[in-house]
Design a protein around this ligand. Structure first.
Ligand code: FMN
Length: 368
């Protein structure tokens, strides 16, 4: 029951919860949303090198797995990346800061994949200003592979308790090249308290919680029909849905038993964290946000290559009135005065978890 209850609420905070641990093998197979994961298998299988790079790019991490990208191919060697204006998180990300970070992750993964295929990419960010397309990209010969690209298909955002095992100092100092890494006991303890308090604010503020609930996909059919948002799938969760224990209504109701027990399990998960990674920037322009996304993706790949897991915990960085005191605390703890904390994540040794759903590349291409 413990696993199910944790899974049943690991709902807020975003991403997939695919409990593939219980039930018979047959049921397991039939409840796995294979279509939603197919883009991972198709990555790199296209003839056009731009499509190949894009097929990896769309596997990038992004807030609530909204996948807010659209791409138009141009001529033989160029493309334009657009933000899908319909895919926003107005309650928890009113200024699209996190959405823009996700687009930075996408661009970095596209550049990494192109490099692995021997292509360089000349990027121009916001070529028509910040309200226009996100980037124009020209592919040309002369790229070189970054060893980080080898980890693209293994990268995850690991929304699970981490082992009670320290991050070795040697690995932490290598990751320090990409982010601020916190392993000291007082700061780790302060960040556990902060991330938990912030999670509670999001969960108990009806309009921010509702934003997550609206993005939940309940069961294989919903996940395959909408391979984005917060996926609740796998045989065990589906059996809870069948008996009515896991529903959209219960998830929006803090008084329900499932909600309360799940909150407790989420608290334990957040506390099972030996280290944190944070990214800050001196200013907070759209370019800074794209750069933060590019750096986060590299950090996520580097950690993956070291056998470490990374899990963004963004609640305390979100810009809405109820979160303001905790936003101030996060900034006092992690950034110089006036700087912005762009990302905060748990770092440690987590379990292997499934790939998260994605829309196919074809759904993201538009006529330029
Ligand atoms: C800017 C940004 C913020 C995110 N914030 C959270 C978060 O607060 N909690 C969480 O569980 N996941 C967070 N994620 C991770 C996404 O939920 C995850 O990338 C997405 O569900 C796809 O899963 P994957 O990264 O395993 O492929 C964030 C990702 C990005 C890029």
């Amino acid at each position: 029951m413990t696993l199910s209850r944790r899974k049943a609420i690991a709902l807020i905070g975003g991403g997939s919860v695919l409990a593939a641990t219980v039930a018979t093998a047959g049921f397991l197979t039939t409840r796995t949303p294979g279509d939603a994961r197919r883009p991972w298998a198709l990555a790199g299988s296209y003839n056009d090198p731009r499509l190949n790079a894009l097929s990896f790019a769309l596997l990038a991490p992004n807030p609530h797995n909204l996948q807010p990208w659209m791409v138009g191919l141009e001529g033989a060697d160029a493309l334009t990346l657009y933000r899908d204006a319909g895919r926003r998180l107005p309650e928890t990300d009113p200024f699209d800061r996190q959405i823009t970070i996700g687009l930075g992750c996408f661009l970095e993964q596209m550049v990494q994949a192109a490099g692995a295929a021997g292509l360089a990419v000349d990027l121009t960010l916001f070529p028509e200003g910040e309200e226009g397309p996100v980037a124009h990209a020209v592919f040309r010969e002369g790229g070189s592979a970054d060893p980080l690209a080898a980890h693209i298909l293994d990268r995850r955002s690991c929304k699970e308790p981490f082992e009670d095992r320290a991050v070795p100092g040697m690995l932490a100092s290598q990751l320090e090249l990409l982010a601020d890494i916190y392993t000291d006991a007082p700061t780790v303890a302060a960040l556990k308290d902060l991330t938990w308090a912030a999670w509670e604010v999001e969960a108990l503020t009806p309009r921010t919680m509702q934003e997550s609930v609206d993005l939940m996909r309940f069961g294989k059919a919903e996940i395959n029909a909408n391979p984005d948002g917060i996926s609740l799938g796998g045989p065990f969760l589906e059996s809870l849905m069948v008996v009515g224990l896991l529903s959209r209504e219960a998830q929006a109701d803090p008084a329900s038993t499932g909600f309360r027990q799940g909150v407790e399990m989420y608290r334990k998960m957040l506390s099972a964290t030996p280290a944190y990674a944070a990214l800050t920037s001196a200013t907070n322009t759209r370019d800074d946000q794209i750069a933060a996304g590019r750096r986060w993706l590299r950090l996520n790949l580097a950690a993956t290559g070291m056998g470490l897991s990374l899990h963004p915990v963004s609640q305390s960085l979100q810009e809405y009135p109820e979160m303001a005191p905790l936003y101030a605390q996060a900034h006092a703890l992690l950034a110089r005065p006036g700087h912005t904390v762009q990302m905060l994540g748990r770092l440690g040794y987590g379990p292997a978890i499934p790939r998260s759903p994605r829309w196919p590349l074809e759904a993201k291409l538009i006529d330029a």
